[in-house]
Ligand binder design. Sequence first.
Ligand SMILES: NC(=O)c1ccc[n+]([C@@H]2O[C@H](COP(=O)([O-])OP(=O)(O)OC[C@H]3O[C@@H](n4cnc5c(N)ncnc54)[C@H](OP(=O)(O)O)[C@@H]3O)[C@@H](O)[C@H]2O)c1
Length: 271
Amino acid sequence: MDFKKAKLGILGGGAMGEAIIRGILKARVFSPQQLTVSDISAEKLKGLKATHKIKTCSDNKKLVSDSSIIIIAVKPQVLPAVIKECTAASDKTRLFISIAAGVRTDTLCELLSGRGRIIRAMPNTAARVLESATALCSGPGATDADLNAAQKIFNALGKTVLVDEKLMDAVTGLSGSGPAYVFLFLEALIDAGVKVGLTRAVASALASQTIFGAAKLVTETLESATKLKEQVTSPGGTTISGLHVLEKGGFKGLVMDAVEAATQRSKELGK
Ligand SMILES: NC(=O)c1ccc[n+]([C@@H]2O[C@H](COP(=O)([O-])OP(=O)(O)OC[C@H]3O[C@@H](n4cnc5c(N)ncnc54)[C@H](OP(=O)(O)O)[C@@H]3O)[C@@H](O)[C@H]2O)c1
Protein backbone atom coordinates (compact mmCIF):
# COMPACT_ATOMS: atom_id res chain seq x y z
CA MET A 1 0.00 0.00 0.00
CA ASP A 2 1.35 3.39 -0.98
CA PHE A 3 1.08 5.49 2.16
CA LYS A 4 2.05 8.66 0.27
CA LYS A 5 -1.16 8.45 -1.76
CA ALA A 6 -3.38 7.17 1.07
CA LYS A 7 -6.04 9.28 2.71
CA LEU A 8 -6.75 8.38 6.30
CA GLY A 9 -10.14 9.05 7.84
CA ILE A 10 -10.85 8.64 11.54
CA LEU A 11 -14.44 8.06 12.59
CA GLY A 12 -14.64 9.51 16.11
CA GLY A 13 -12.24 12.07 17.53
CA GLY A 14 -12.47 11.04 21.20
CA ALA A 15 -9.73 9.80 23.51
CA MET A 16 -8.49 7.03 21.21
CA GLY A 17 -9.15 8.91 17.96
CA GLU A 18 -7.01 11.79 19.16
CA ALA A 19 -4.28 9.45 20.48
CA ILE A 20 -4.11 7.84 17.04
CA ILE A 21 -3.89 11.24 15.34
CA ARG A 22 -1.11 12.34 17.69
CA GLY A 23 0.87 9.12 17.22
CA ILE A 24 0.74 8.93 13.46
CA LEU A 25 1.60 12.59 13.04
CA LYS A 26 4.50 12.32 15.49
CA ALA A 27 5.86 9.23 13.72
CA ARG A 28 5.20 10.94 10.36
CA VAL A 29 3.30 7.91 9.04
CA PHE A 30 0.92 10.39 7.41
CA SER A 31 1.09 14.15 6.93
CA PRO A 32 -1.64 16.37 8.43
CA GLN A 33 -2.96 16.96 4.87
CA GLN A 34 -3.68 13.23 4.53
CA LEU A 35 -5.77 13.08 7.70
CA THR A 36 -9.45 13.82 8.28
CA VAL A 37 -11.41 13.19 11.44
CA SER A 38 -15.18 13.16 11.86
CA ASP A 39 -17.09 13.50 15.10
CA ILE A 40 -20.57 14.30 16.32
CA SER A 41 -19.25 17.26 18.32
CA ALA A 42 -18.43 20.42 16.35
CA GLU A 43 -16.50 21.76 19.33
CA LYS A 44 -14.28 18.66 19.46
CA LEU A 45 -13.59 18.98 15.73
CA LYS A 46 -12.64 22.63 16.17
CA GLY A 47 -10.15 21.67 18.89
CA LEU A 48 -8.65 18.82 16.82
CA LYS A 49 -8.24 21.07 13.80
CA ALA A 50 -6.54 23.79 15.86
CA THR A 51 -4.22 21.38 17.67
CA HIS A 52 -3.21 19.03 14.86
CA LYS A 53 -3.80 21.13 11.71
CA ILE A 54 -5.79 18.28 10.14
CA LYS A 55 -9.01 18.31 8.15
CA THR A 56 -12.29 17.77 9.96
CA CYS A 57 -15.70 16.67 8.77
CA SER A 58 -19.09 16.44 10.46
CA ASP A 59 -20.42 13.96 7.89
CA ASN A 60 -19.28 10.36 8.48
CA LYS A 61 -20.45 9.28 5.02
CA LYS A 62 -18.33 11.97 3.34
CA LEU A 63 -15.35 10.99 5.47
CA VAL A 64 -15.65 7.41 4.21
CA SER A 65 -16.09 8.41 0.59
CA ASP A 66 -13.02 10.71 0.82
CA SER A 67 -10.73 8.14 2.54
CA SER A 68 -8.84 5.03 1.45
CA ILE A 69 -8.19 3.86 5.03
CA ILE A 70 -10.80 4.43 7.73
CA ILE A 71 -10.14 3.90 11.43
CA ILE A 72 -13.35 3.24 13.36
CA ALA A 73 -12.88 4.89 16.77
CA VAL A 74 -16.46 5.37 17.98
CA LYS A 75 -17.89 3.49 20.98
CA PRO A 76 -19.28 0.00 20.25
CA GLN A 77 -22.82 1.17 21.19
CA VAL A 78 -22.97 3.74 18.37
CA LEU A 79 -20.89 1.75 15.88
CA PRO A 80 -23.77 -0.08 14.09
CA ALA A 81 -25.59 3.21 13.36
CA VAL A 82 -22.38 4.97 12.28
CA ILE A 83 -21.34 2.16 9.92
CA LYS A 84 -24.80 1.77 8.42
CA GLU A 85 -24.73 5.51 7.71
CA CYS A 86 -21.52 5.05 5.68
CA THR A 87 -22.22 1.80 3.83
CA ALA A 88 -23.45 3.44 0.64
CA ALA A 89 -20.24 5.51 0.42
CA SER A 90 -17.99 2.47 0.70
CA ASP A 91 -16.62 -0.26 -1.51
CA LYS A 92 -13.89 -2.88 -1.46
CA THR A 93 -11.18 -0.37 -2.36
CA ARG A 94 -11.41 0.89 1.22
CA LEU A 95 -9.69 -0.57 4.27
CA PHE A 96 -11.53 -0.29 7.59
CA ILE A 97 -9.55 -0.72 10.80
CA SER A 98 -11.82 -1.02 13.81
CA ILE A 99 -10.62 -0.50 17.37
CA ALA A 100 -14.09 -1.01 18.87
CA ALA A 101 -13.85 -3.42 21.79
CA GLY A 102 -15.68 -6.69 21.34
CA VAL A 103 -16.98 -6.04 17.81
CA ARG A 104 -16.08 -8.99 15.58
CA THR A 105 -14.93 -8.54 12.00
CA ASP A 106 -17.79 -10.67 10.62
CA THR A 107 -20.23 -8.31 12.38
CA LEU A 108 -18.45 -5.32 10.81
CA CYS A 109 -18.53 -6.99 7.41
CA GLU A 110 -22.26 -7.59 7.76
CA LEU A 111 -22.88 -3.96 8.80
CA LEU A 112 -20.88 -2.81 5.77
CA SER A 113 -22.74 -5.28 3.51
CA GLY A 114 -19.32 -6.56 2.47
CA ARG A 115 -18.37 -3.14 1.08
CA GLY A 116 -14.88 -2.84 2.52
CA ARG A 117 -11.82 -4.78 3.67
CA ILE A 118 -11.60 -5.22 7.41
CA ILE A 119 -8.94 -5.36 10.10
CA ARG A 120 -9.52 -5.30 13.83
CA ALA A 121 -7.14 -3.77 16.36
CA MET A 122 -7.17 -3.78 20.15
CA PRO A 123 -4.99 -0.97 21.51
CA ASN A 124 -4.97 0.17 25.12
CA THR A 125 -5.17 3.47 26.95
CA ALA A 126 -1.37 3.92 26.90
CA ALA A 127 -1.84 4.92 23.24
CA ARG A 128 -2.33 8.39 24.78
CA VAL A 129 1.40 8.45 25.55
CA LEU A 130 2.36 6.40 22.46
CA GLU A 131 3.04 3.27 24.56
CA SER A 132 0.05 1.15 23.60
CA ALA A 133 0.18 -2.62 23.50
CA THR A 134 -1.91 -3.34 20.41
CA ALA A 135 -3.01 -6.67 18.93
CA LEU A 136 -4.17 -6.80 15.32
CA CYS A 137 -6.02 -9.43 13.34
CA SER A 138 -7.21 -9.76 9.78
CA GLY A 139 -10.87 -9.84 8.87
CA PRO A 140 -12.88 -10.40 5.68
CA GLY A 141 -11.18 -9.18 2.50
CA ALA A 142 -8.00 -7.94 4.21
CA THR A 143 -4.72 -8.70 2.45
CA ASP A 144 -1.22 -9.13 3.90
CA ALA A 145 -0.46 -5.62 2.62
CA ASP A 146 -3.46 -4.31 4.58
CA LEU A 147 -2.23 -6.00 7.74
CA ASN A 148 1.24 -4.51 7.21
CA ALA A 149 -0.29 -1.08 6.72
CA ALA A 150 -2.36 -1.41 9.90
CA GLN A 151 0.70 -2.59 11.82
CA LYS A 152 2.68 0.39 10.56
CA ILE A 153 -0.06 2.73 11.81
CA PHE A 154 -0.28 1.13 15.25
CA ASN A 155 3.50 0.81 15.62
CA ALA A 156 3.40 4.61 15.81
CA LEU A 157 1.34 4.23 18.99
CA GLY A 158 3.53 1.70 20.78
CA LYS A 159 4.10 -2.01 20.22
CA THR A 160 2.03 -4.39 18.12
CA VAL A 161 1.44 -8.13 17.83
CA LEU A 162 -0.54 -10.11 15.26
CA VAL A 163 -3.05 -12.69 16.52
CA ASP A 164 -5.93 -14.81 15.25
CA GLU A 165 -9.27 -13.15 15.86
CA LYS A 166 -10.31 -15.97 18.22
CA LEU A 167 -7.65 -14.66 20.63
CA MET A 168 -8.97 -11.08 20.69
CA ASP A 169 -11.01 -11.72 23.87
CA ALA A 170 -7.84 -12.93 25.59
CA VAL A 171 -6.03 -9.80 24.36
CA THR A 172 -8.86 -7.68 25.79
CA GLY A 173 -8.58 -9.49 29.15
CA LEU A 174 -4.80 -9.04 29.28
CA SER A 175 -3.57 -5.85 27.61
CA GLY A 176 -6.93 -4.13 26.99
CA SER A 177 -7.94 -4.23 30.66
CA GLY A 178 -4.33 -4.57 31.86
CA PRO A 179 -3.59 -0.89 32.49
CA ALA A 180 -6.39 -0.84 35.12
CA TYR A 181 -4.83 -3.82 36.94
CA VAL A 182 -1.49 -2.01 36.97
CA PHE A 183 -3.13 1.21 38.22
CA LEU A 184 -4.68 -0.79 41.07
CA PHE A 185 -1.30 -2.33 41.91
CA LEU A 186 0.28 1.13 41.73
CA GLU A 187 -2.38 2.54 44.06
CA ALA A 188 -1.68 -0.29 46.50
CA LEU A 189 2.08 0.35 46.40
CA ILE A 190 1.52 4.07 47.07
CA ASP A 191 -0.79 3.38 50.03
CA ALA A 192 1.75 0.87 51.32
CA GLY A 193 4.51 3.48 51.05
CA VAL A 194 2.39 5.91 53.08
CA LYS A 195 1.75 3.16 55.66
CA VAL A 196 5.48 2.63 56.17
CA GLY A 197 6.10 6.35 56.62
CA LEU A 198 6.70 7.96 53.19
CA THR A 199 4.80 11.05 52.09
CA ARG A 200 2.20 10.35 49.39
CA ALA A 201 4.18 12.42 46.88
CA VAL A 202 7.40 10.49 47.51
CA ALA A 203 5.59 7.12 47.57
CA SER A 204 3.85 7.98 44.29
CA ALA A 205 7.06 9.03 42.53
CA LEU A 206 8.93 5.92 43.72
CA ALA A 207 6.11 3.46 43.00
CA SER A 208 5.33 4.65 39.45
CA GLN A 209 9.00 4.81 38.47
CA THR A 210 9.47 1.30 39.94
CA ILE A 211 6.73 -0.13 37.71
CA PHE A 212 7.99 1.81 34.68
CA GLY A 213 11.61 0.74 35.30
CA ALA A 214 10.72 -2.92 35.86
CA ALA A 215 8.70 -3.02 32.61
CA LYS A 216 11.54 -1.30 30.75
CA LEU A 217 14.03 -3.85 32.09
CA VAL A 218 11.94 -6.70 30.69
CA THR A 219 11.46 -5.08 27.29
CA GLU A 220 15.07 -3.88 26.91
CA THR A 221 17.02 -6.85 28.30
CA LEU A 222 14.57 -9.45 26.91
CA GLU A 223 15.24 -11.43 30.11
CA SER A 224 12.27 -13.31 31.50
CA ALA A 225 10.35 -11.76 34.39
CA THR A 226 11.22 -14.86 36.42
CA LYS A 227 14.97 -14.43 35.89
CA LEU A 228 14.86 -10.70 36.69
CA LYS A 229 12.87 -11.46 39.85
CA GLU A 230 15.43 -14.06 40.92
CA GLN A 231 18.27 -11.58 40.34
CA VAL A 232 16.86 -9.20 42.95
CA THR A 233 15.84 -11.86 45.47
CA SER A 234 18.84 -12.54 47.69
CA PRO A 235 18.78 -15.37 50.24
CA GLY A 236 17.28 -14.26 53.54
CA GLY A 237 16.80 -10.74 52.17
CA THR A 238 14.01 -8.18 52.17
CA THR A 239 12.54 -9.03 48.76
CA ILE A 240 11.91 -12.70 49.51
CA SER A 241 10.09 -11.64 52.70
CA GLY A 242 7.78 -9.43 50.63
CA LEU A 243 7.33 -12.04 47.90
CA HIS A 244 6.43 -14.65 50.53
CA VAL A 245 3.49 -12.52 51.69
CA LEU A 246 2.28 -12.00 48.11
CA GLU A 247 2.53 -15.73 47.33
CA LYS A 248 0.72 -16.67 50.57
CA GLY A 249 -2.10 -14.28 49.59
CA GLY A 250 -2.42 -15.96 46.19
CA PHE A 251 -1.29 -12.88 44.25
CA LYS A 252 -0.42 -14.73 41.04
CA GLY A 253 -3.58 -16.84 41.09
CA LEU A 254 -5.66 -13.71 41.67
CA VAL A 255 -4.11 -11.92 38.67
CA MET A 256 -4.66 -15.01 36.52
CA ASP A 257 -8.31 -15.16 37.66
CA ALA A 258 -8.72 -11.46 36.84
CA VAL A 259 -7.44 -11.87 33.27
CA GLU A 260 -9.61 -14.97 32.82
CA ALA A 261 -12.72 -13.15 34.14
CA ALA A 262 -12.13 -10.15 31.84
CA THR A 263 -11.59 -12.51 28.88
CA GLN A 264 -14.86 -14.28 29.69
CA ARG A 265 -16.70 -10.96 29.98
CA SER A 266 -15.30 -9.87 26.62
CA LYS A 267 -16.65 -13.10 25.08
CA GLU A 268 -20.10 -12.45 26.61
CA LEU A 269 -20.19 -8.84 25.39
CA GLY A 270 -19.17 -9.88 21.88
CA LYS A 271 -22.15 -12.23 21.47
N1 LIG B 1 -10.19 4.12 25.64
C1 LIG B 1 -9.49 3.00 25.60
O1 LIG B 1 -8.58 2.75 26.40
C2 LIG B 1 -9.74 2.00 24.49
C3 LIG B 1 -8.90 0.89 24.35
C4 LIG B 1 -9.14 0.00 23.29
C5 LIG B 1 -10.19 0.21 22.42
N2 LIG B 1 -11.02 1.28 22.63
C6 LIG B 1 -12.12 1.48 21.69
O2 LIG B 1 -11.95 2.72 21.06
C7 LIG B 1 -13.20 3.25 20.71
C8 LIG B 1 -13.23 4.70 21.13
O3 LIG B 1 -13.07 4.76 22.53
P1 LIG B 1 -12.74 6.13 23.25
O4 LIG B 1 -12.33 5.81 24.62
O5 LIG B 1 -11.88 6.98 22.37
O6 LIG B 1 -14.22 6.77 23.28
P2 LIG B 1 -14.62 8.31 23.22
O7 LIG B 1 -13.60 9.15 23.90
O8 LIG B 1 -16.04 8.39 23.69
O9 LIG B 1 -14.54 8.65 21.64
C9 LIG B 1 -15.56 8.36 20.74
C10 LIG B 1 -15.87 9.64 19.98
O10 LIG B 1 -16.86 9.38 19.00
C11 LIG B 1 -17.80 10.45 19.03
N3 LIG B 1 -19.09 10.04 18.45
C12 LIG B 1 -20.22 9.61 19.07
N4 LIG B 1 -21.18 9.38 18.16
C13 LIG B 1 -20.65 9.67 16.95
C14 LIG B 1 -21.16 9.65 15.62
N5 LIG B 1 -22.41 9.27 15.36
N6 LIG B 1 -20.33 10.02 14.63
C15 LIG B 1 -19.06 10.41 14.87
N7 LIG B 1 -18.53 10.47 16.10
C16 LIG B 1 -19.31 10.10 17.13
C17 LIG B 1 -17.90 10.76 20.50
O11 LIG B 1 -18.53 12.00 20.72
P3 LIG B 1 -19.35 12.21 22.10
O12 LIG B 1 -18.33 12.11 23.20
O13 LIG B 1 -19.94 13.56 21.95
O14 LIG B 1 -20.37 11.10 22.17
C18 LIG B 1 -16.43 10.76 20.88
O15 LIG B 1 -15.80 11.98 20.58
C19 LIG B 1 -14.26 2.39 21.38
O16 LIG B 1 -14.88 1.57 20.42
C20 LIG B 1 -13.49 1.56 22.38
O17 LIG B 1 -14.05 0.26 22.54
C21 LIG B 1 -10.80 2.19 23.61
